[in-house]
Design a protein around this ligand. Structure first.
Ligand code: GAP
Length: 458
């Protein structure tokens, strides 16, 4: 059946209340998206599943919600002020800005990595291969420059005493600067982790791949503080754990792969991405990085605060190594939308679009439908009031039952409950399964337990 394209996904998301273009009535605002009533449930469920797996189920991991605006010195310590920047060039003809490394990688269909290239080497490659602007088709590039994608704002009431502050481009710095606070208050022993979910902002210039790269996005980041001796084992453990998490969300193994980095930052001991086969090709889903003692040492240097940990048994004092696991909530949501999508030809010759979300992340768990509004509507409302105490529940009484099923299939609702004469006579309902389309009959008072069991994320 039809192959998924980003355009198809954008249209489905817009029509079904999942994701709308940002500021649409003003003609939009590039690389921003608004999550609609269905999408907000989906993304919240994605974040909940991540938190459950990595924080709730791991007693050595502690949650955090740090401020977006941080002391600007944080970004000097992290290196963002000086060097954070992607190699960018502008097309002089159509005035669009592009990442030179992406242009090369797309041109070579992923066979050439620009990871280790200097700006001069990239310019030479682009000239030799006569690579043109993907927007206007001309080759009229500016030289490649580093571009700092941190958004700035100012603090202070008067223009003249305003201090420049940054919107954070990553959440993890909140975890580093709170290392001592969390360790002390939670009486945490190394190895332990700090995790948070929050917004990050980057002044990204992108060719518009929907949620893949946006200027405002949520990150789910976890820093594991550990001793050097155990750090490689922990790094490898997080690689596997991160992969297992995505597989447990019903993502097929053949669509996932590890990509170990050849070129490492000078302080890093190892780095790896998990990539997914998006409709735009194999791309990074998340990163797992062995960052040695770099982050805590830099914050010690710039803040003047001793960031060492003291082992309570041996009294040894040291700055822990950090293993970072970082994944975008929006990017994972995009992946799950791609993975869930199916156009299925039915026996009667019709086609249905169905989103096979893992039930735990499905925006709505169940839909209640009276077979005939007039006859069964009141009873259906009673069932709705039982179910919506436990689950996000939709109510749909308009159109044929077939059409109502199709609407739920398109937003991935795993169960539809139909209220008919048998419900009035025997208190039984028909429960239809989204994936198999099979129907079973259950007593109303069995419904909550039945659905609860099915929508768990383990
Ligand atoms: N603290 C490390 C860090 O921020 P990163 O590779 O720049 O590393 C981590 O980002 C993850 O955040 C990426 O793997 C991706 O899932 C997500 N991400 C990064 N930039 C993004 C953007 N502009 N839009 C959406 N997600 C993004």
């Amino acid at each position: 059946m039809g192959k998924l394209t980003m355009d198809k996904l954008v249209a489905l998301c817009k029509n079904r209340g999942i994701i709308f273009p940002g500021s649409e009535i003003y003609g939009g605002f590039a690389n921003t998206w608004d999550f609609g009533p269905v999408g907000v449930e989906l993304k919240n469920n994605v974040k909940r599943a991540w938190w459950k797996r990595f924080v709730q189920e791991d007693n050595s991991c502690f949650g955090l919600d740090a401020a977006i605006l941080m002391n600007p010195k944080v970004w000097e310590a992290s290196g963002h002020v000086q060097s954070f920047g992607d190699p960018k060039m502008d097309c002089k003809n159509c005035k669009t800005r592009h990442r030179a490394d992406t242009i090369i990688e797309n041109f070579s269909k992923g066979t050439v990595s620009a990871e280790g290239m200097t700006n001069e080497q990239m310019e030479e490659y682009i000239a030799i291969h006569d690579i043109k602007c993907p927007v206007c088709g001309k080759r009229d590039w500016t030289p490649i420059r580093k571009f700092n994608p941190m958004f700035t704002t100012s603090r202070g009431t008067l223009e003249e005493d305003a201090d420049k502050v940054y919107l954070r481009p990553e959440t993890c710095q909140g975890e580093y600067v709170n290392f001592l606070n969390v360790q002390r208050t939670m009486r945490a022993k190394v190895p332990f982790a700090i995790a948070q979910i929050g917004k990050s902002f980057r002044n990204e210039i992108t060719p518009g791949n929907f949620l893949f790269r946006t200027v405002e996005f949520e990150q789910m980041e976890l820093q594991m503080f550990c001793k050097e001796e155990s750090s490689m084992d922990i790094y490898n453990k997080y690689k596997e754990k991160a992969l297992q998490f995505v597989k447990d969300l019903n993502v097929k193994e053949e669509n996932l792969r590890f990509h170990d980095h050849d070129k490492l930052a000078h302080y890093a001991k190892a780095a790896c991405d998990i990539q997914y086969n998006f409709p735009i090709g194999w791309q990074e889903l998340n990163g797992i990085h062995h960052r040695s003692t770099w982050d805590l040492s830099r914050h010690q240097e710039f803040s003047g605060k001793n960031m060492s940990y003291t082992d309570p048994i041996t009294n040894e004092k040291y700055i822990p190594n950090v293993i970072e696991y970082s994944i975008g909530a929006d990017r994972l949501t995009l992946l799950l939308l791609c993975e869930a999508y199916e156009e299925q030809e039915l026996e009667d010759g019709e086609t249905r679009v169905v989103m096979h979300f893992h039930p735990a992340i499905a925006p709505y768990k169940v839909a209640v439908m009276p077979l005939i509004k007039k006859t069964h509507g009141e009873k259906a409302q009673e069932v709705l009031n039982i179910l919506n105490k436990e689950f996000m529940t939709q109510y749909d009484e308009s159109g044929s039952i077939g059409k109502r099923y199709r609407r739920q299939d398109e937003i991935g609702t795993p169960y539809c409950v139909t209220i008919d004469d048998d419900t009035l006579n025997n208190n039984t309902v028909t429960v239809r399964d989204r994936d198999t389309m099979e129907q079973i009959v259950l007593k109303i008072d069995e419904l909550v337990e039945y659905i609860k069991e099915k929508v768990k994320f383990n």
